[in-house]
Design a protein around this ligand. Structure first.
Ligand code: ADP
Ligand code: MG
Length: 351
């Protein structure tokens, strides 16, 4: 349910992927934002090209919808090589990697999405492939079994993850280049939206693009999705032009407010502010109150609320901030005195 939210940062499957494919930049110079990442990557690519070597392995981490997959494609394109795409959950045993690895030409990119979800045995299998460009595999088992070494062409592995913290240190260390993606600012999102509107041939005024950018939660995938929804609205209910008014009406129907919060975000905040007096409240308690899964709150509700400073996470639980109360027109609860965690409980029996 939560994943169907219009403002969900996560992809809604192959259908949407295909739709947004046309909105993807294909060259590094077309990529908006993430300047640090782009700059470092440009240097690494130029250096590799000068040496006539393939790029080092690259790890991309950051929340969903910020352009990790896009960047992997751009890198392959810029390096004039081809890209093969798989993902952690799609690989169930080391053998599943064989066809990918053995079909790599020198310099090709192997993209593994959600790389934190690789099993331990696959990781182990991948290490020599990444480090020495060879794989070891056993043919026949038991007494007559032996291990065969197979050399690979020198390829570039690009791993993407939304949960860098779940990656083993051994895995992380094998990436020569590591980049972290951050949420985009409103100006960058406007630039992207302007380009997307152009590609979709939707006439849009600056105010409309600004209104969309402000509601996109710092996320290009959300920006493009909101653009398509407002385009539909403009086509059916107006004359096809995106004006500020049209955007506001369209997003009003979708119940997305001026900051890009939807009904689930708002009920989360309302529960935290009114039911739990502003917090601290544990995520389990909040999930129970809202009838949602804890994972849903942690993956798709809290990151953005933390990012905009509406919620803070303390050791005792989540707390709502004053701007969150103002945004919902709720009175700010009086500050609660939270005892420091190590303070001894006075009612405990002495040991
Ligand atoms: N730097 C960028 N400039 C313009 N559009 C972008 C950029 N990064 C991402 N996008 C848009 O956002 C969409 C989602 O990006 P994607 O690479 O699938 O995100 P991720 O893999 O991090 O979940 C892309 O299809 C593209 O339209
Ligand atoms: Mg992706």
């Amino acid at each position: 349910m939560a994943r169907d939210r219009i403002i969900s940062q996560e992809s809604r499957g192959p259908n949407e992927e295909q739709l947004i494919q046309s909105l993807r930049p294909t060259r590094l110079d077309e990529c908006v934002g993430q300047r640090q990442v782009i700059e470092q990557l440009k240097i690494a690519m130029a250096a590799a090209r000068q040496r006539g070597e393939p790029l080092e392995h690259i790890l991309l981490d950051g929340p969903p919808g910020l352009g990790k997959t896009t960047l992997a494609h751009v890198v392959a394109h810029e390096m004039d090589t081809s890209i093969k795409i798989t993902s952690g959950p799609a690989l169930t045993k080391p053998g599943d990697l064989m066809p990918w690895l053995t079909n790599m030409e020198r310099g090709d990119v192997l993209f593994i999405d959600e790389i934190h979800r690789l099993s331990h045995s696959i990781e182990e299998f991948l290490y020599p492939a990444m480090e020495d460009f060879r794989i070891d595999f056993a043919i026949e088992s038991g007494m007559s079994g032996r291990t065969v070494n197979l050399p690979l062409k020198q390829f570039t592995l690009i791993g993407a993850t939304t949960r860098a913290g779940l990656l083993t240190a051994a895995m992380r260390d094998r990436f020569g280049l590591q980049f972290h993606f951050d949420f985009y600012n409103v100006e960058d999102l406007m630039t992207m939206l302007r380009r997307s509107a152009g590609k979709l041939s939707v006439p849009a005024e600056d105010g409309a693009l600004h209104a969309l950018a402000r509601r996109s939660r710092g996320t290009p995938r959300v920006a493009n999705r909101l653009l398509r929804r407002t385009r539909d609205y403009a086509q059916v209910r107006a004359d096809g032009h995106l004006t500020t008014e049209v955007v506001e009406q369209a997003l009003g129907i979708l119940q997305i407010d001026a900051l890009g919060l939807d009904e689930l975000d708002r009920s989360y905040l309302r529960a935290l502010i009114t039911t739990y007096g502003g917090g601290p409240a544990g995520v389990e308690a909040l999930a129970a109150t809202l009838g949602q899964e804890r994972d849903t709150l942690e993956d798709v509700v809290e990151p953005y609320l933390l990012q905009i400073g509406f919620v803070t996470r303390t050791r005792q639980g989540r707390m709502a901030t004053a701007p969150a109360c103002e945004h919902l027109h709720l009175p700010t609860p009086p500050p609660r005195v939270v005892p420091p965690p190590d303070e001894p409980n006075l009612f405990d029996e002495p040991a």
